[in-house]
Design a binder for this molecule. Structure first.
Ligand code: ACO
Length: 355
């Protein structure tokens, strides 16, 4: 038995394939670099949902229905924003997700996709003492999120980010989502399982701490010394290492290229690259037998910072994209009709063994 279930095949999927040795991510037959910047988030949702929902509209209609869902959920959550803005943003969004009906139709899926897009900007603005900006259904999903946040531009970068993180094989949160779906629970329950698993720093919680690391190194001025001390202290460097990739995470370069396109990001990017090089050198020195490369979270941090999200909101933006994958996996899992129920090996307490 391996404690992290490495190498265990727990599902068959047509949705995505994480090719660890090659450093490739394939989503429904398309390599990531063929999707990012070429398809909108709504188009990617359509790609993931095809074959899994009755009444799935065409791409254009899907974008419209998702926009209508944003308007509907905004009206539903508005009154609860003052209370929930006291929570950390991730927990506030998760609490609002929990209020949605727990069914399995395409409209339920649209509400679950729409909610974080609307709730996160609204909670951020509420916390800062600003009035929430209602959604505009004439806009694309990412452009509307950026506008609700109160910013201009960078919508393309956010869109590329949401496409990049929408699905990624049987990662921890998708596995959690599939376990819940296998019990025939509704999609809200599925998505809540995904949220809870994604939150931890070993999965989706890393990008905020990446900014903490960059800021601490900027203050100290010596990246190698800071990194060496952190590893001596037993800390893991956030944004490095991956369970499956045995080479660089392909999402890292896709996101880095998006950051490079954003006006005003040059100095931050150059600094981050120097920290990345120092981290990789130290990880190679300390763990010569283990490939520890840059993962998606390192450049996620830079991209979401440049779009204008506060660092304690990065994981909630990740969930905004990954919800698409959780929903598609849930529908795929439910088709098998079989509950996921592995076994454990019982270890007799020592006192009973002796008796
Ligand atoms: N910094 C320092 N050391 C590391 C790091 C890191 N980022 N990642 C792994 N290691 C070390 C481990 O401590 C371990 O050392 P040991 O053998 O002396 O105990 C060795 O490398 C092997 O690591 P594993 O634990 O086998 O790696 P695993 O596959 O379990 O973990 C994980 C992968 C969780 C991503 C890990 O690399 C990590 O903690 N990274 C930092 C957090 C992070 O970036 N999370 C985001 C991941 S991407 C995502 O989920 C969206």
């Amino acid at each position: 038995m391996t404690s992290g279930l490495e190498g265990v095949i727990a599902a068959e999927t047509v949705l995505s394939d994480v090719r660890g040795e090659a450093g490739e991510l394939v989503i429904r037959g398309h390599r990531l670099d063929e999707l990012t910047g070429c398809r909108t988030f709504e188009q990617l949702v359509h790609l993931l949902f095809t074959g899994f929902f009755e009444d799935l509209p065409n791409e254009t209609q899907l974008a419209r229905q998702l926009a209508v869902a944003r308007v509907e959920v905004f009206d539903q959550i508005r009154a609860r924003l003052p209370l929930l803005s006291a929570l950390p943003p991730y927990d506030g969004v998760r609490a609002l997700v929990a209020l949605l009906p727990d069914a399995t139709g395409i409209d339920d899926a649209f509400r679950l996709l729409a909610l974080p897009a609307v709730a996160l900007p609204a909670l951020i603005r509420q916390r800062d003492g600003n009035l929430p900006v209602p959604p505009d259904k004439s806009l694309g999903h990412s452009a509307d999120v950026v506008r609700m946040l109160g910013h201009n531009g960078a919508a393309n970068a956010l869109d590329a980010y949401l496409v990049t993180v929408a699905d990624h094989g049987l990662n921890a949160s998708t596995f959690a989502a599939r376990v819940v779906a296998s019990t025939q629970a509704g999609l809200t329950s599925v998505v809540l399982a995904g949220y809870s698993a994604l939150k931890g720093p070993l999965h989706g919680g890393a990008p905020g701490p990446v900014i903490d690391m960059l800021d601490a190194i900027a203050q100290e001025g010596d990246a190698s010394a800071w990194i060496s001390r952190a590893i001596d202290h037993g800390d893991r460097l956030m944004g490095f290492g991956h369970r499956i990739y045995r080479t660089r995470d392909p999402r890292a370069d896709v996101l880095k290229a998006q950051v490079a396109k954003l006006a005003g990001s040059n100095a931050r990017l150059t600094f981050a690259e120097s920290v990345e090089q120092a981290a990789l050198a130290e990880l190679r020195r300390r763990k010569p037998d283990r490939v520890l490369e840059t993962n998606v979270e390192f450049y996620t941090a830079l991209l979401l910072e440049a779009v204008g999200f506060p660092k304690d909101c990065f994981t909630a933006v990740f969930a905004m994209g990954r919800t698409a994958g959780w929903l598609a996996h849930a529908r795929e899992q439910a088709r098998t009709g079989r509950v996921i129920r592995p076994a454990s090996r019982y270890i007799e307490p020592p006192s009973l063994q002796a008796a």
